[in-house]
Design a protein around this ligand. Sequence first.
Ligand code: PXG
Length: 288
Amino acid sequence: MSLKVYIAGKFVNKEDAKISVYDHGLLYGDGVFEGIRSYAGQVFRLTEHVDRLFESARAIHLVIPMTRQEVAQAIIDTLAVNNFTDAYIRAIVTRGAGSLGLDPRKTTDPQVIIITDTISLYPEEFYENGLAIITAGTIRNHPAALSPRIKSLNYLNNIMAKIEGTNAGCLEALMLNHAGYVAECTGDNIFIVKKGVVHTPSIDAGILDGITRGAVIDLATEKGLAVVERTMERHDILTADECFLTGTAAEVIPVTKLDGRPIGTGEVGPTTKMLRGAFQKMVRGEAY
Ligand code: PXG
């Protein structure tokens, strides 16, 4: 049976899920999206993802032609028609088809698309041994140009940094902000552990307000750890005891090397292991 995609209020076979070549989502990257997971039949933090989708849309002056409840229900229905319990969900809202010009007023019918598929994770060895990452020369978008808080269809900033990582043989790359401080990775937020305290860049560093980031801050706090959101320098990572990334696809993944230099002992640390284990239980609704 073919995978079903939600588009224009209907479920259609994957091969038939198509939008106009005049859609400004394609022509200009004019639109927003979300990457979401479901575990054991439950969508993880669905309300937060739907809220962020609507906030991203609001920030780009795009009116989603559905209510939050309708979008949430469409996500649940898309999982159900595909019989998925553990899946990756991509919700997309485009500006809609228009003329060959930037003006969003010349577009009609924003497209709401929901794709669910199986998730491809980082290979298991990286969860055991940690990722090696590099610092990309490409800095994160200046918040006054395109706020990194918007999950927009224009990911070129991150893609340029991702290419730098790939060329250096790394699966992720660290991005600094316009002021030279640590921002985030191309598709993940970053944390360090130093002397038992968890540190992560604050949202005003110009980063995506990651939903996994929020969940891990809650989790660490519940486990009695102090969590500090602050301005961070690359120096802080190079001198940390532990480092890890958080993201919908990655969950909690250790980083053991930055720019060829081992972080801490160069092995996955105990706090990272504990948080990863607790996160995996939490998302499945198990006691952690
Ligand atoms: N920073 C950026 C720039 C992201 O794109 C995160 C942090 C983590 O946020 P969440 O809310 O997921 O904890 C992201 C999310 C992909 C992919 O296909 C990337 C993301 C989400 C889903 C899929 O690489 N990035």
